[in-house]
Design a protein around this ligand. Structure first.
Ligand code: NAP
Length: 248
């Protein structure tokens, strides 16, 4: 059986770049999406046109039944998952903490934290040698925001990524004996549509001078780190956080 990868939020941005690179590296690819079906289907079409296997599956990672359905669909259509990229993530309008309401906090934490936990749970159930699986690898997409804090923009988002770092450290130790490696990438400022969600589509232009390399990153530069962490090249690497942030 070949490698089967689930990439949450795989239709756009970093997830889409990861999906395309995974296909080049001989994974059968599940492109999960929440709203943008056409974007996810375009990634699937690009992959299948070069002869690789891919499917698009709708699921809101914050909804437990959706996540269960996502992994059951992968079982049936691609085979047992061997790699998970917990990439789906959101941020909301830039504001200070003193203006954030509970509904916003719940939304951000539900997708970024609860969603990553639920997907990790379903992957571990299938990968763990203690449950009869053959092992696997998980990469969580965190952010340098976890250590910078994102003051004045989205401290809630930054805190959610702090939780992802801790999930990575804890889960890596929990499942190391079960043949599963768990790592994270922490991107810096990457050129995707996520910045528009914060109300500033051209955010990178404003802040790139604060990056030692004097530029924002591209999604493919993050995808390459993700695919390395998933590969056997990283066979002794677990519980590690890799910054992909131009020195920021
Ligand atoms: P993006 O272009 O806005 O894409 C986000 C993706 O997540 C979309 O495919 C979206 O699906 C999906 N998504 C959002 N909520 C979801 C949910 N509840 N269930 C399933 N899918 C959901 O963002 P990006 O910049 O590529 O970000 C990808 C990851 O990298 C995120 O975790 C983000 O926090 C992290 N990151 C990004 C940067 C950056 O500068 N761009 C920096 C550090 C970390 P739909 O297309 O269906 O909406």
């Amino acid at each position: 059986m070949g490698n089967v990868i689930v990439i949450t939020g795989g239709g756009r941005g970093i997830g889409a770049a990861t999906a395309r690179l995974a296909a080049e590296r001989d994974y059968a690819v599940c492109v999960n999406y929440r709203h943008h079906q056409m974007a996810a289907q375009a990634v699937v079409d690009a992959i299948t046109q070069v002869g690789a296997r891919a499917i698009a599956v709708a699921a809101d990672v914050a909804v437990e039944q959706d996540v269960i359905h996502l992994f059951e669909t992968v079982d049936q259509r691609l085979g047992t998952v061997t790699a998970l990229v917990n990439n789906a993530g959101i941020l909301e309008q830039q504001m200070r903490v003193e203006h954030m309401d509970a509904a916003r906090l719940h939304r951000v934490l539900a997708t970024n934290v609860v969603g990553s936990f639920l997907c990790a749970r379903e992957a571990v159930k299938r990968m763990s040698t203690k449950h009869g699986g053959n092992g696997g690898a998980i990469v969580n997409v965190s952010s340098v925001a976890a250590r910078l804090g994102s003051p004045g923009e989205y401290v809630d988002y930054a805190a959610s990524k702090g939780a992802i770092d801790t999930l990575t450290l804890g889960l890596a130790k929990e499942v190391a004996e079960a043949g599963i490696r768990v790592n994270a990438v922490r991107p810096g400022f990457i050129d995707t549509e996520i910045h528009a969600s914060g109300g500033e589509p051209h955010r990178l232009e404003r802040i790139k001078a604060a990056v030692p390399m004097q530029r924002g990153g591209q999604a493919i530069e993050v995808a390459r780190a993700v695919l390395w962490l998933l590969s056997t090249e990283a066979s002794y690497t677990t519980g590690t956080l890799i910054d992909v942030a131009g020195g920021k």
